[in-house]
Design a binder for this molecule. Sequence first.
Ligand code: NCD
Length: 531
Amino acid sequence: MSVNVFRGRSLTVIEDLSIEERRYFFKKVRQLKDAILANDEATLDLFRIDDPDFGIYEVFLEDSTRTKESFRNAAKFHHAKVSELMCSSSSINKGESYADTFNMLSGYSNTIFIVRSKVEGLCRYLDEESAEYTRRNSLPVKPAFINAGDGKHEHPTQELLDEFTFLEDNGMDFSSLHLALVGDLYHGRTVHSKADGLKVFDHVKVDLIAPPELAMPDSYVEKMKENGFEVRAFSSIEEYLECGDIATKWYFTRPQLERMGERILQKQDELRKSITFRREFMDRLKEGTKFYHPLPRHKEHPTIPTFLDNTSLNAWERQAINGMYCRIVLLSLIAGRIGEDYDGPVREKRNIGDEEYIVSVDLSKRSKEVKNYSEGVHPIDNGIVIDHICKGDSPSEIRAHMRLISSVLGIDEGRGGEWISRGADGQYKGIIFRPGDYELGRKDLKRLAAIAPKCTLNIIKDGKVTEKYRTHIPPRIYNFDDLCCTNDACISHPSQGEGVSPSFERTPDGHFACVYCGKFHTYKEIWKRRG
Ligand code: NCD
């Protein structure tokens, strides 16, 4: 019997499913929807979990109508055990950690959790954390976690239903997509999931329509470009309509007032105007245009006005209905009821590499390089010299970063000093020299590479450089006490109090993405600042 690769899998971000897995998913949704419309009970039974003891648990720590209710109705389709945590009266309010709360619930025969929260990366963390609990307590299965929206981060099941609806309107054709994203692209997690989600289409063109205050964060734009999408940006619908090459699929998102600061809220009318569709725009749309929206829309200030409800533009209602079909299929896959016939690749993993990033330099050819230490370094008999720090940055940036390096490496108490020099190429670089007895182990070198990539470390004994290392940018940075994600909504941020150890992975453009919330950082930004 073949293995079902979907069984027990969590969906924390859209990339947790490979492109081929998502395409398989869409075909299954098509099948299910056709069976529902045709009342074909025999086919529907093939999808049904049909087990009153199979526990599906909804935990919504943030408001929801569609996501929560479509999941609940999907779970009922399966004749499964459906529960909901009453969050406002749970022990989370007594200071219990998420790990303790969810582990406990999984002990009560619950196999799939559907979780919405303001805390970004919560499901990814719970997925890791629950493995140990399951083992410790000999539970028959490790639970799976479905992210039903985490802060401003992702909303992978919305992404699946959005794409299914685009595909429905494309005749299930994956070859290309031209999509306009209109609205609050800064706070909207549904549009953030599109940066990886739209990869299921071979050729993608995305038009971003938002005033600067609500613009798509750079890290998602960067990701879209890395994924080969053509990306254009416009500050209003009016400006977009002037460009001549407008999409036939428009995806609107609501201005998320609840996530905005005072400064932006003061300008809400003006901002809303630039992303609200108006009657006078109607005849400038292309034939066959469809509007989509994850909903809700605001009753007094809808960006898709209600006079459009009865027009052929309206795809948002069918999109919301598709939500339940998509969620029925997702539950069926994770429960292992369907999916055994899938034989494609599993989960797209970013190839971040695992090359050696601390390289020992052959000292037999070093004579030329030693001469370079002319600025106060040579007199050291015993000690360390870290050279080529932050090459190319400004002197003040280099100085600030050298202070951080000293404190992170724990060498700030010793003798010696810091130096900034300017090379023949006109670029500045930093040098830290510390006379004294320093024993740097592998962990210290890793720490050095993480905080000062592209530097050299010289270990000097009896006036001679006895060891020399060059550091490169590490593929992963984790397991250091003084790391910190800069996003205070991230599960790993100290203010969340969950004790989650921060972890970062290198992106193709040399940033470090937090593995939980996805936020991009430079190597300088991922360290706790002291004092
Ligand atoms: C969205 C959400 O919660 O992210 N709604 C949804 O799930 N259908 C969008 C929103 O809140 O505006």
